[in-house]
Design a binder for this molecule. Sequence first.
Ligand code: NAD
Ligand code: MG
Length: 397
Amino acid sequence: MKKQVAILGATGSIGDSTLAVIAANPERYDVVGLSGHSRLDKLLDLCRKFKPRYVCVPDTAATDFAQQLQAAGLRVEVLAGDAGLIELASHDTVDTVVAAIVGAAGLPSTLAAANHGKTILLANKEALVMAGALMIRAAQASGARLLPIDSEHNAIFQCLPPAVQTERAAIHAPSHGIKRLWLTASGGPFLQHSYADMQAASVAQAVKHPNWSMGQKISVDSATMMNKGLELIEASFLFDMPVTQIDVVLHPQSIIHSMVEYSDGSVLAQLGTPDMRTPIAHALAYPDRIDSGVTSLDLFALSQLTFLRPDLEKFRCLALAYDAMQAGSAACIALNASNEVAVAAFLAEKIRLTDIARINETVLQQTPTNAVEDLAAILAVDEQARTYAKTAVKALA
Ligand code: NAD
Ligand code: MG
């Protein structure tokens, strides 16, 4: 039976990689739904190519997009806005939801998929950072399966014992002889540069990742290492592992995608050419294996694999993530929200790259350290943190 797939955030970088894997394996997948927020011309092309039954666009674009579909002779039902994303993520005709919207905007639809028992291919790490406990509980209650496609978490998942992988939602790593998770990090474009270089970095320099081609927000997050901070929180929720047992190691070649250390001293790693089609193909086909189109890893061409300890002064955002996770869920929500505001301000050339950490730290200092667990309360903390962050941006701009 073909898997019935909805891709939320289909016009982005993860959307591209997912549709490339699906296009290479048409006998296994039906594209039931697609969503896009901007670049709707691209979304229209995707509708031509993949002929989904549903498409979701912003409220303001729905009427116009429906006309364009009609003019193109395409019979696709148009859903709109946040309600449309939730409808698509929970639709009866969908069994697999690719959560590939960037940022907090992806939370309500990802949570809807978790509430409706879907298989969720999770790229939208921000949803777990904001609502990890809620997401895991929802998935456990509905029988939804969370399959990480963030490359590090997918690598860790692949290094877990098969019996543990089949635990449907959260995996309590410490009770399976797992001593430590090792998250690898490339270090981004400024690994070999000074803090002063980072301070003077242009947007173009910051989004130019050495090994991966990704959307703008995650590229900036990689340059500040906030991405690794968000991934630390993501891993802690996905694998039910205290952050004190998750270490970040810099590995500039991005060949080892992460590792699991067992109590007997074994360390299992997943390696591959850095290409998101590999984790996406793994999760799409799980537990089978399919062709992803990725070039084989050429071990003879690799001169060396190197490892370094991250500099937490230079990459302050990573230290803030450890602090936030220890402070409680309100701090994680606030860190994520503040970071989104700060990254947008950097991309708009209002602040410097290094101001992102300063703003995030200021917002964390203003946020209470309580646990926040229902969606309304989560969104309220998110909103408050955005207000604090906007004030901090103004003070620096
Ligand atoms: P992107 O910017 O390339 O694409 C984002 C997608 O989300 C687009 O389809 C866009 O239209 C949609 N979108 C943006 N704002 C929206 C909103 N307010 N409402 C609804 N839809 C909206 O981003 P990306 O690089 O593909 O990343 C997507 C997610 O995957 C992020 O959470 C990112 O952290 C994660 N991720 C990405 C990569 C990667 O290689 N790109 C790797 C690991 C994890
Ligand atoms: Mg990653």
